[in-house]
Design a protein around this ligand. Structure first.
Ligand SMILES: *Cc1c(COP(=O)(O)O)cnc(C)c1O
Length: 428
């Protein structure tokens, strides 16, 4: 760190000790960061090429209102998404209100009474419990006569192929595979690993629809699950692919038939993709996609910096400081409530928005213990922007993600360490 930067940070009330420690950590990450930049470069050009091939132009940003018939910008953006993910078709809409809604739309659009969903790699993301009916809920797939089966991972984290084979039956219509670990304690799957599972499922019945929850995984590798046989990849635009600029939205990319089926659920049978005004969102969606490879790279660097800083102080980091990464989530086990709160206070204090508020643990619906959340985002709830959250319970793990710029993510970690130092919560 040069003197100017050092003096600048000290003028921001960061201790010399914290700065020297962080600097020593960052110096070791040069090679890792260079590898991330290479992935970013390929993805950046992949996105630009898709935009060029689809002749993206100024007129596409005009948007539409009302029914949104012949919205050429919306259609161009969907063609661009399809090219980036190497799929036949895509649905990329402001009317998809979040990632959960995108997943529900893909499921409801493609399943019929009597069909069965199989989760061959453990339970899907928590918000899918109500959609599938794993926990009874009004309007769930279970109420429509769609059944559900689940095969958990083996204790070593590998796929339980024997039981997956046994679970697949004449009713199995769709398998749901989640790329990111979410709040589970398994590792995140690489696209290659997801590909192995898809090949296995297809070897038993090639007609089974393989759907991947791609949330937080986009652009972390140079490939996507759709390059490994996934029939549908689904995600949120207020995570990686929105690049921080999309104010709302979700996407479903995949085989034409399945994307169309989803569109009949999103709007109506008969209308499908033909309607749905883009309003004024096309420019932000396109520009966000353009920035996404670089934003994702910055978030990844921030996660790696966090893992190395905290692991160096003796805290278990998942993934650890050196493992390969397949999503942008970083978990750090801080061991007690005081440290969890100090960490979140640091992230909050480093935010561009709402920096003056102090996050505190709170009882939230759907959680069995109080939860503390730190976020100061331009887009409400956006988790590609720097944020941290933690349930107040053993092992007092905080989940840290996002950062539109590496400098912001790094600053968040520096301020979190500063809070720890001020409260005497760490030993060097
Ligand atoms: C964020 C996320 C979702 C969807 O969540 P929303 O908050 O509805 O956007 C689904 N699956 C995973 C793995 C996620 O990380």
């Amino acid at each position: 760190m040069n003197k100017e930067l050092f003096d600048f940070y000290t003028s921001m009330n960061i201790d010399k000790k914290v700065l020297e420690y962080c600097d020593s950590i960052e110096e070791r990450l040069t090679k890792r960061f260079r590898d991330i930049d290479k992935v970013c470069e390929i993805n950046q050009i992949k996105v630009i090429k898709a935009m060029q091939d689809n002749r993206l132009n100024e007129a596409h940003f005009a948007g539409s209102t009302g029914y949104g018939y012949t919205d050429e910008g919306r259609d161009a953006l969907e063609a661009i998404y399809a090219d980036v993910f190497h799929t036949e078709d895509a649905l990329v809409r402001s009317q998809i209100v979040c990632g959960t809604h995108a997943l529900a739309t893909a499921l409801f659009g493609n399943l019929r009474p009597g069909d069965e969903i199989l989760a061959p790699a453990g339970k899907p993301y928590d918000t899918l419990d109500s959609i599938i009916g794993i926990t009874p809920a009004r309007g769930s797939l279970a109420e429509y006569g769609v059944s559900y089966r689940q095969v958990d991972l083996l204790p070593d984290g590998s796929f339980d192929y024997d039981n997956i084979r046994k679970a697949i039956n004449g009713k199995t219509k769709l398998v749901e595979i989640q790329r990111s670990k979410g709040y589970a304690v398994r590792p995140t799957f690489s696209c290659e690993k997801i590909g192995e599972l898809i090949s296995f499922v297809k070897s038993i019945n090639p007609d089974i629809i393989c759907m991947v929850d791609n949330c937080y995984g986009e652009f972390v590798q140079t490939v996507e699950p759709s390059d490994f046989g996934a029939d549908m990849v689904v995600g949120s635009l207020i995570k990686n692919p929105g690049g921080g600029l999309a104010p709302i939205g979700g996407y479903i990319c995949g085989k034409k038939e399945y994307v169309e089926n989803a569109s009949y659920r999103l709007t109506t049978p008969g209308l499908g993709k033909e309607v749905g005004a883009s309003l004024n969102n096309t420019r932000a969606f396109a520009q966000g996609l353009f920035l996404s490879p670089s934003v994702t790279a910055n978030a990844l660097k921030g996660a790696i910096f966090a893992a190395n800083c905290y692991e160096g102080l003796g805290f278990k980091s998942v993934p650890n400081s050196t493992e390969p990464r397949y999503d942008i989530i970083q978990a750090v086990e801080l061991g007690n409530e005081e440290r969890v709160c100090a960490f979140c206070e640091g992230i909050q204090a480093a935010a561009p928005v709402d920096s003056y508020v102090t996050p505190v643990p709170w009882d939230m619906p759907g959680y069995d213990s109080p939860v503390i959340m730190a976020a100061g985002a331009f887009v409400s709830g956006s988790s590609i922007e720097l944020s941290a959250d933690a349930p107040i319970r053993e092992p007092y793990a905080v989940y840290f993600q996002g950062g539109l710029t590496y400098q912001h993510a790094k600053y968040g970690i520096i301020v979190s360490l500063q809070k720890m130092v001020e409260k005497n919560l760490i030993v060097w």
